[in-house]
Design a protein around this ligand. Structure first.
Ligand SMILES: [Fe+2]
Ligand SMILES: [Fe+2]
Length: 307
């Protein structure tokens, strides 16, 4: 029987709580709020995010991967609201979350910030590394095993200067990732790596890119992965890294709340149906997305991941 995995990203939950940017003052938050009021709130529709989540629930996948940017300016009220929103979405054991740059927009102490989402990013293996920042008390990478599926969560989010939306993993996470990928391959797991930022050089403009993407590419090339899931670019993407032992498909999804206005892609999520045939993993992808004309989620396309 196929394992099924849903992938969504970049909810950018709105509307912004009233006066959030002023109450927890930080210049970057104010700039983020202005950007929200001028542009982003016309693109992200929380009702679309709810439709998308309802569609995921109706398909009852075995697991859900959520690759970050649930928030906008990391206001304290946003964290509290995001925690309620995730509770309504589903059980923490069913949804694996990794933070995006908007979930670590400015420095916020763990208890007031990302601790609200901790149940969704807790691994079920013993800790192999510890993130040194007080902002992230969870251990990354984390690993969750669900039947033959191994979800591997990376944290690329760290507060950036005013105009940057970049990310970084650091050598501790990269080293731990290499070991985890090797161990899980030896045990025969399907390895799904989750990261907010696109994981290879050249997949995002430098201002928004993962600064150690070349190092991550080398780890992936060496150790392999059955799929890498990311968000951040707010568009459908499929990149194939020719690894040492085979192809590594790298898949990005649009924002899960986009209404399709302007040149942005409307909201979508991916369903991965994973089967093992004659000792080889195969993955069918079904893209389901928001149709601005009929105002509902419809099937968009299906294809097999290169392996
Ligand atoms: Fe985003
Ligand atoms: Fe992002």
């Amino acid at each position: 029987m196929a394992l099924t995995l849903a992938h969504l990203s970049d909810i950018h939950l709105g509307p912004l709580p009233k006066s959030a940017a002023w109450k927890d003052f930080a210049l970057k938050r104010v700039i983020g709020m202005l950007s929200w009021n001028l542009r982003r709130n016309k693109l992200h529709d929380p009702a679309i995010a709810v439709s998308l989540v309802d569609d995921i629930k109706s398909m009852a996948p075995d697991h859900v991967a959520f690759t970050g940017d649930l928030l906008n300016i990391s206001a304290l009220a946003e964290f509290r609201r995001a925690a309620r929103w995730m509770e309504n979405f589903g059980e923490p054991a069913w949804i694996s979350f990794v933070p995006g740059n908007h979930d670590a927009y400015v420095p916020v102490m763990w208890e007031q910030g990302l601790a609200h989402l901790a149940p969704f990013m807790t691994g079920d293996m013993a800790a192999v590394s510890a993130h040194p920042l007080p902002l992230i008390a969870s251990t990354f990478p984390y690993v969750r095993l669900r039947r033959n599926l191994a979800m591997i969560g990376l944290n690329s989010a760290a507060p950036q200067s005013l105009t940057r939306a970049a990310g970084n993993l650091g050598s501790v996470q990269l080293r731990a990732l290499a070991k985890i990928l090797r161990d899980l391959k030896a045990k025969g797991y399907y390895r799904a790596v989750m990261i907010h930022h696109p994981p290879l050089p050249g997949l995002a403009p430098q201002r928004k890119a993962l600064s150690d993407s070349a190092e991550l590419r080398d780890v992936l090339w060496n150790e392999g992965a059955e799929v890498v899931l990311h968000g951040h670019n707010h568009r459908e993407m499929l990149t194939v890294l020719a690894g040492r032992e085979g192809n590594i498909p790298i898949v990005g999804v649009p924002s899960a709340s986009m209404n399709g206005e302007g040149h942005y892609e409307p909201a979508a999520w991916n369903l991965y149906e994973i089967t093992r045939i004659h000792g080889k993993w195969t993955t069918r992808v079904s893209i389901r997305g928001w149709d601005p004309d009929s105002y509902r989620i419809i099937p968009k396309k299906q294809f097999m991941l290169p392996s």
